[in-house]
Design a protein around this ligand. Structure first.
Ligand SMILES: [Mg+2]
Ligand SMILES: [Zn+2]
Length: 200
């Protein structure tokens, strides 16, 4: 029987303040602390969606950490998640800043959120259906990136979220505002109109 090719819906996740506790320019794997509900939330989400982290890391452009240090941080994060049987499909990061540092890091790139570049690259590489995907983050720049890429969006109140929610509706409206990643995950799974169920 002919099956039309079906792209997968994904969940795009901000890193700092969404999955792990917000630390200003985190540069040491030892500083990684998972937000309490991150593991159950990601466990639930990964049953239905590829999980893709999209993270602005202008600390690289600013000279606070190297790309090698960032890779060590991400290796450690994946180790912590893997110990709980949570597996990310891919981590995308933007090392740029329009005004800080030097080339190649100093540039007005297309990947720094609120630009949608990381999501567009992921959609291309991983064959994702952005219109059925979700973006979760604690800042309005996450919501803007998700919206600019054509995904549904959820602001979480962890990290900077409790501050940023005060600007919601004035500047930007996510589809939902959730207390944390767990509430965001259960909202997604309870919103079948947003995700026609296609097994991955
Ligand atoms: Mg964040
Ligand atoms: Zn960039």
């Amino acid at each position: 029987m002919h099956q039309p090719s079906q792209k997968k819906a994904a969940v795009f996740l901000d890193r700092d303040g969404t999955i792990i506790e917000e630390v200003n320019y985190l540069r040491d794997p030892a500083q990684i602390q998972l937000i309490p509900t991150a593991i159950p939330a990601l466990t639930l989400l990964q049953q239905h969606f590829p999980l893709v982290i999209i993270t602005n890391q202008s600390g690289i452009a600013r000279g606070y950490l190297s790309e090698n240090q960032l890779h060590q941080i991400h290796d450690h994060l994946e180790l912590l998640l893997g110990a709980a049987d949570v597996h990310l499909t891919k981590i995308y990061y933007c090392p740029h800043h329009p005004k800080a540092g030097h080339l190649p890091y100093r540039q007005a790139c297309a990947c720094r959120k609120p630009q949608p570049g990381m999501l567009l690259a992921a959609a291309d590489e991983l064959d994702l259906d952005l219109a059925r995907s979700f973006t979760i983050g604690d800042q309005l720049s996450d919501i803007a990136a998700g919206s600019n890429a054509g995904t549904h969006t959820i602001l979480v109140r962890t990290g900077y979220g409790s501050k940023h929610q005060q600007r919601v509706a004035v500047e930007m409206s996510p589809d939902y505002v959730a207390d944390d990643l767990w509430t965001a995950a259960t909202w997604i799974l309870g919103s079948p109109e947003y995700w026609p169920q296609i097994p991955i």
